[in-house]
Design a protein around this ligand. Structure first.
Ligand code: NAD
Length: 507
């Protein structure tokens, strides 16, 4: 949806957060936030002006002067309190999220919860931001490292996890001693803003966390701003590649988690019922709008006979508004997304894939205006088809066949994306071979959506990621800090200083 030129006063406006205050934007450019199940306008979000973005960065720069020296315990206790506040407000957060994004209420709680786990991780910063020390690297000389915060960091987030992904970013950045400017998705910033309010309530000081809204111009301003040291981006491959290149050229540290095409291989020895449930849940849950959704199933050998049962399973899923109890598949986020997904299904039919289940016109009583697409399954999909090489980001599963596990692995390794993959089997030997040979960053064995918990890092690979370090886990502490190495020697009084050392050796 295009941005509207002026703000209307009829619906609430989403505020900017600058210097600890929620402020009304002076922008002339606004966009409506729309409930995707009903088309009700919930609020309007501004596209922040260049001056507002500068003010947010300036406030973060100022706050960094003191925040960088804050004690570990001070930082940790804020996140201890924050995790409790998120728990206490879980139902409200999920309700806001479902209203603006569309996913079901239980899945919205999951979205908040997977972010909450990162907040819990941030509360553990004392054991994460540790340096190393080596005693006597030369006689009487010690070397140690400290992990120091970088300065102002920024986060740019997508629409599909408006709670989890902002929580991947600012808690760990701030816990490491940085200050932060967040640019949430302009499609559904309301739950993000509620989480930001709670973060301030937990004790994040003024200026340490700032929020600006907008789209392309705001993102480019963040990429170009000389006072921003690092950017964490999550979103599409097209935009992420642009952000990575533009911000890297400006000398920033950048990590970009991007698009995907996640394949699941099914071997004929797999537990059939569990596998079909997992495939249906991972393909159609959140209406397929997950970067780790299964979008291609590669059925090996006799598993290809399971298609009718997979179709039957998908037919049982209830398509309705996320607030409706028992809903499995909510609406797509926008009318534009709906049009795009239906267009891709049309294209799949035109290109000769077999449409086993057509979700283009689901009946959803009471929500006739919603952006619904029901579970859709294609078989006979070929790599050259558009439905295979594009990320559909809707409830559409492409089914392919392979004669052997090796053939299935070769299909996946030939695909440019490397976000997630899964194997369904009862064979340990097959699982061992798969995890060893597959060239994908996050691997599930009988686990369809292997998003790592924050003890580990998110490790998408190849075309799904730019930058070496992931957005949480141990890796993110390295991303949000600069390692400083100190080599020191102390002379006792009265010890002879020795002669001049003109060599590189420590003597
Ligand atoms: P998107 O790339 O359209 O938007 C992401 C962010 O970029 C938003 O904040 C948006 O305002 C901004 N943006 C949009 N167009 C821009 C432009 N032309 N120039 C500069 N900035 C721009 O992504 P989306 O549609 O919100 O999210 C879905 C995508 O995100 C999918 O591709 C999905 O796979 C991906 N994703 C990846 C992960 C991961 O961890 N790998 C997680 C979630 C989502």
């Amino acid at each position: 949806m295009a941005a509207n030129p002026v703000a209307s006063t009829e619906v609430p406006t989403v505020k900017l957060l600058i210097g600890g205050k929620f402020v009304e934007s002076r922008s002339q450019q606004w966009r409506e936030i729309v409930n995707p199940a009903t088309q009700q306008v919930l609020a309007r979000v501004p596209f922040a002006t260049p001056e507002e973005i500068d003010a947010a960065v300036a406030s973060a720069s100022e706050a960094f002067k003191t925040w960088r020296k804050s004690a570990i315990g001070v930082r940790a206790r804020i996140f201890l309190k924050y995790q409790q506040l998120i728990r206490d407000n879980m139902k409200e957060l999920a309700a806001i999220l479902t209203a603006e994004q569309g996913k079901t209420l239980p899945d919205a709680e999951g979205d908040v919860f997977r972010g909450l786990e990162v907040v819990e991780h941030a509360a553990n910063i004392g054991t994460l931001q540790l340096g190393e020390v080596a005693n006597n690297v030369a006689s009487g000389v010690d070397t140690y490292t400290v992990l120091q915060p970088l300065g102002v960091c920024a986060g740019i987030t997508p629409f599909n996890f408006p709670a989890m992904i902002p929580l991947w970013m600012f808690p760990m950045a701030i816990a490491c001693g940085n200050t932060f400017v967040l640019k949430p998705s302009e499609q559904d910033p309301m739950v993000t803003m509620r989480l930001v309010e709670l973060a301030l309530e937990a004790g994040i000081p003024p200026g340490v966390l700032n929020v600006v809204h907008g789209g392309e111009a705001a993102v480019n301003a963040i990429c170009d701003h000389p006072d921003i040291k690092a950017i964490s981006f999550v979103g599409s491959t097209r935009v992420g590649t642009h952000v990575y290149q533009r911000a890297s050229l400006n000398g920033k540290r950048v990590q970009c988690m991007m698009g995907a095409k996640n394949h699941a291989i099914v071997l004929p020895d797999a537990n059939k019922e569990q596998t079909l449930n997992a495939l249906a849940g991972a393909s159609f849950g959140a209406a397929g709008q997950r970067c780790m959704a299964v979008s291609v199933a590669v059925l090996v050998g006799d598993a290809q006979k399971w298609i009718p049962e997979l179709v039957a399973k998908a037919r049982t899923l209830k398509v309705s508004a996320g607030v409706d109890e028992g809903t499995d598949v909510g609406p797509l986020v926008s009318c534009a997304a709906h049009e795009r997904v239906v267009g891709l299904i049309d294209r799949g039919v035109a290109e000769g894939a077999r449409l086993e289940l057509d979700g283009r016109q689901p009946t959803v009583p009471g929500y006739e205006d919603g952006n619904f697409v029901g579970p859709t399954i294609f078989s006979g999909v070929k790599p050259e088809m558009e439905i295979y090489h594009q990320e559909i980001f809707g409830p559409v599963l492409c089914v392919m066949g392979a004669a052997t596990l090796d053939e299935a692995i070769a299909i996946i390794n030939a695909n440019p994306n490397g976000n997630g993959t899964a194997l369904f089997t009862q064979s340990g030997a097959a699982a061992r071979k798969f995890q060893e040979d597959i060239d994908v960053g996050q691997v599930g064995i009988n686990v369809p959506i292997p998003v790592p918990v924050p003890l580990f890092s998110f490790t998408g690979s190849r075309a799904s990621k730019l930058g070496d370090l992931g957005p949480y886990g141990k890796q993110v502490v390295l991303f949000y800090t600069q390692t400083k190495t100190i080599t020191e020697r102390w002379f006792e009084d009265g010890v002879s200083a020795g002669g001049v050392n003109t060599t590189i050796s420590l003597k």
